[in-house]
Design a protein around this ligand. Sequence first.
Ligand code: NAP
Length: 298
Amino acid sequence: MYLAIVFQFLLYFGIIALTAYWLFSLRDNIEKYFQNKVVWITGASSGIGRELAKQLARISPSTCLVLSARREEELHKLANELQLDSDHCLVLPLDLELQQDCFKSKFDLVIERFGRIDVLINNAGISQRSLIRDTLYNVDSRLMNINFLGTVTLSKTVLQHFIELQKGHFVVVTSAAGYIGTALRSSYAASKHALHGFFNSLRLEHACDNIDVTIVCPGYVRTEISQHAFEGSGLLHGKMDPKTDKGTDPSKCAYDILRGVANREHEIYVGYLGSVVIYLQRFVPRLFYRILLRSKTD
Ligand SMILES: NC(=O)c1ccc[n+]([C@@H]2O[C@H](COP(=O)([O-])OP(=O)(O)OC[C@H]3O[C@@H](n4cnc5c(N)ncnc54)[C@H](OP(=O)(O)O)[C@@H]3O)[C@@H](O)[C@H]2O)c1
């Protein structure tokens, strides 16, 4: 009897100690990987990008952060909240739609401040809430321009630098919609599918230059993505969707992304329903098609 109690105690203690060790080693891994690195995050003014910056500042204080998005005041608020000084943070407003005009000059500003870039996290993006038949050409074009061409052009601006350094890491946040076309998301899904094609090619072409590519495919994450999404006319949707509202906490999502990046994974599935729908599409496509037909999309 006495031995059984001791045995049970040791078993529980062992399980708790192993879990704690596992959790701390994950954190260690993130800290080690990002130590003293220069990380440029797009879409840092809200949602997942903002949480990525917060988690990095907490876990790896030696990391230098470049925070980009259009809303400069939100970026400054974030830098102040995280108490980042100019040795560790550069607020760099950037509009992904203005590719030709400014990307090289933005890149030069980062190099001038920090001397190099180690990781580019292409997170910025905009979603859609409209049927194909109701969507103007201008909206299709803007979605491709921001999500695909903006991301690709910025990455190409950094690519030569990574080749010269003979190292570097591109992270690109796509979506479960990068695998699955769903109703109301036609051009959004197309832009995210396109990113998969581009970055899978980049990974192959530049493996010899020691350049990593991690593609992140979130499911539903509780951010302002639906508020900021385009409707067919080009107006913003302005509403929180129920599924997004029930989505994964963005801080958990950011932590999972950083852990995957630190492990140099090729693909990461994060967020509510993300991995489930991708696996259903891959292994039982006909069944999944029927499920999608019956399900309500918001
Ligand atoms: N939340 C989800 O459920 C979910 C699911 C799958 C994939 N994702 C992807 O995750 C990424 C982050 O989205 P989120 O959920 O965090 O949504 P969010 O809160 O709306 O954040 C989007 C970010 O992108 C920036 N952005 C939008 N248009 C831009 C432009 N033209 N130039 C530069 N930056 C621009 C926004 O900043 P400004 O407005 O200040 O420019 C904002 O910081 C996106 O690529 C999205 O497609 C999200």
